[in-house]
Design a protein around this ligand. Structure first.
Ligand code: PGA
Length: 268
């Protein structure tokens, strides 16, 4: 685990502007007693909410993310959002390659790589999401798949860049309605593989990249998952969309992390 616990949510195509504002306000109140030196709390709402959300997020000490980003600054790309636009909207993190973008919208590793490089170039934290599909798991090529997604997705990044990168491991078969939660042993095994691949790329700095787990995380499995050695945090969908429940998960996991002394000393 890193020196703080990473927990966040992507609201996907849910919550209007008003609902997002109310959600952030509520979440801010529920978490105001938690020192942010030990918690990186982030919310990734839809683009249209960002302007209003940014005004509350800062006060509530919630890091704001975008769900996607074009790799181009401007031009004939109807429907895309440029990094220059995001720079004006209070966004610090950009989610890249969420499984729904890869599998519903057919984004490729090469596209994710261009977005990662563009995000870094514009001062954002690229939050690269990776994960194997059910078929890739059945074919027993999950490790190859994850390594490929990391190596292509992060191609051309430097050790300096490594300080700004976050990763989410989200097995596609575990995500969303109808997803099957992954068991803890499997998650730890894959997180270890991801960690080793990052160390291969960036040597010791690879150990400092937060690796979050996502896919049907809920109040119950969160407590087990957060104890795993190579898990630095949780990336939660449905269970986080109600501020009260999300804050319950945050408080409970943080309590475990603190009681069991899992946070790494900053000076280590
Ligand atoms: P879920 O979504 O927690 O609802 O499965 C996770 C995600 O898509 O990041």
């Amino acid at each position: 685990m890193q020196s703080k616990l990473y927990i966040g949510t992507n609201t996907k195509m849910n919550k209007t502007i008003q609902q997002t504002v109310a959600y952030l306000e509520e979440l801010g109140i529920y978490t105001e007693g938690i020192g942010r030196e030990k918690l990186e709390l982030f919310v990734i709402p839809s683009f249209i909410t960002l302007d209003a959300a940014s005004k509350i997020a800062e006060k509530a000490q919630i890091t704001l993310g975008a769900q996607n980003m074009s790799w181009e600054d401007r031009g004939e790309f109807t429907g895309e959002i440029s990094p220059l636009m995001l720079q004006e909207s209070g966004v610090q993190v950009v989610c890249i390659g969420h499984s729904e973008r890869r599998h519903v919208l057919l984004e490729t590793d090469e596209m994710e790589n261009k977005k990662v490089l563009s995000a870094l170039g514009h001062g954002f934290t690229p939050f690269l999401c990776i994960g194997e599909t059910k078929e890739q798991k059945e074919w027993n090529i999950q490790d190859e798949t994850l390594r490929k997604q990391i190596k292509i997705g992060l191609h051309g990044t430097t050790k300096e860049d490594a300080k700004h990168i976050w990763i989410a491991y989200e097995p596609v078969w575990a995500i969303g309605v109808g997803g099957t939660p992954a068991n803890a042993d499997y998650v730890e095994e894959k997180h270890k593989l991801i960690r080793n691949t990052l160390v291969e790329l960036y040597e010791d700095l690879g150990n400092q990249i937060p690796i979050l787990y996502g896919g049907s995380v809920n109040n119950e499995n969160a407590k087990e998952l957060i104890r795993l050695e190579n898990i630095d945090g949780l990336f939660i969908g449905r269970s986080a969309w109600e501020a009260k429940n999300f804050s319950k998960i945050i408080h409970e996991t943080l309590e475990i992390v603190e009681q069991e002394n899992l946070l790494q000393n900053e000076n280590c």
